[in-house]
Design a protein. Structure first.
Ligand SMILES: C[S@@+](CC[C@H](N)C(=O)[O-])C[C@H]1O[C@@H](n2cnc3c(N)ncnc32)[C@H](O)[C@@H]1O
Length: 353
């Protein structure tokens, strides 16, 4: 990794030092001091909040998780990477993707899911992401995989899809754990609806607070706050609101399920628990170890050192610290079923009769 200056303009790799440093300033350290103005501020500055987070967190995600930045369910004995790929295949299967379709990946990360789905379903994919650094990584990894004729990437805001692509331009659109970052669900789903061809399909794994979540309970509010700050999310919202937004923008819901409600013996949040006895394969011991106390210790000090050496931008260590808050909040809310990262919805844009 090349050293990154702490400038306000972008470094050659797309990261901007100043916005990483500013990231945590969008939240009150003391949750009791958070008010609606803080949320409003994050919502109106969503581009800076999210890019600050991902400029700082992307390297850590790759180190700790891989190239697909999402959760999945697990079957006993199933390897971590196998489960991530299966989760992606499942979405493609439920969407009934067919060879040759032109598909948009909204909030594509560094392209892990796009590469997997392109090969699984023989589709052409455009990956859209507002983070320049991630798009650079996505292009590099896709070239290495020999998939550049099947997948292209573009930098852009998912709140402005029609402006970028024009209406009725995709056969299918999917979004994996990305649209939770939107300042409003109606906004992003409405844009997705516009760029889909009539009769086109939208598939999403959404992050939401479940019906058990009650923001009037301080502990519940605190857990949502932990998910927000630890994951670069301006505001966590309830599942019912996501569902309603999909309907409000004119989609017809064909299938929906909160996959976190399945009675799985191995829960979706297990890799974050840092309990290596739960690793399903020998290789996964390393993945789970990174989230254990000793693994966190190594990352904490290693990151501090490489930041001091100027190898990663200033502020990266602090963003790394918020990832620990995220892990605790996600495990707690997962155990209590207050949160899901896998509310699956398959919806269709109506075709004229
Ligand atoms: C948790 S990551 C998921 C990435 C990818 N879907 C995956 O599963 O690997 C969320 C992604 O949404 C992107 N994102 C957030 N806000 C965005 C916006 N306004 N426009 C486009 N992409 C956005 C982030 O940059 C990040 O790549």
């Amino acid at each position: 990794m090349a050293p990154v200056a702490n400038e306000t303009t972008a470094h050659a790799d797309g990261r901007v030092g100043r916005r990483i440093e500013n990231y945590t300033a969008f939240w009150q350290k003391d949750i009791s001091k958070e008010d609606t103005q803080d949320t409003e501020n994050r919502l109106s500055n969503y581009v800076d909040v999210i890019n600050g987070y991902y400029d700082g967190a992307t390297g850590l995600y790759e180190y700790g998780w891989g190239t697909s930045f999402h959760f999945s369910r697990y079957y006993p004995g199933e390897g971590f990477y196998q489960a991530l790929a299966r989760h992606e295949h499942y979405l493609a299967f439920k969407m009934n993707l067919k060879p040759g379709m032109r598909v948009l990946d909204v909030g594509c990360g560094i392209g892990g899911p796009a590469r997997e789905i392109a090969q699984f379903a023989d589709v052409q994919i455009v990956g859209l992401n507002n983070n320049e650094f991630q798009v650079g990584r996505a292009r590099k990894l896709t070239k290495k995989a020999g998939l550049e004729n099947q997948i292209s990437y573009t930098v852009g805001d998912f709140m402005k899809l029609a402006e970028k692509f024009g209406e009725n331009s995709f056969d299918a659109v999917y979004a994996i754990e990305a649209t939770v970052h939107a300042p409003s669900w109606e906004g992003v789903y409405g844009e997705i609806q516009k760029v889909l061809k009539p009769g086109g399909v939208f598939g999403v794994y959404e992050w939401c607070m479940t019906d058990r979540w009650d923001p009037s309970i301080p502990e519940h509010k605190e857990v949502a706050h932990g998910i927000e700050i630890g994951n670069g999310i301006p505001e966590m919202r309830p599942l019912a609101k996501a569902r309603q937004a999909i309907l409000n923008v004119g989609f017809e819901i064909e299938h929906e399920e909160d996959l976190a409600e399945r009675p799985d013996p191995i829960p979706w949040y297990y890799p974050l628990e840092g309990d290596i006895s739960k690793a399903q394969t020998l290789w996964d011991v390393f993945t789970v170890w990174r989230m254990s106390n000793s693994g966190k210790f190594v990352t904490h000090h290693g990151l501090w050192l490489i930041e001091k050496l100027g190898i990663v931008p200033k502020g990266t260590w602090e963003v790394g610290e918020t990832l620990k808050i995220a892990a605790d909040a996600l495990v707690k809310s997962g155990r209590e079923k207050l949160f899901t990262p896998m509310y699956l919805v398959i919806a269709r844009k109506p075709a004229p009769n």
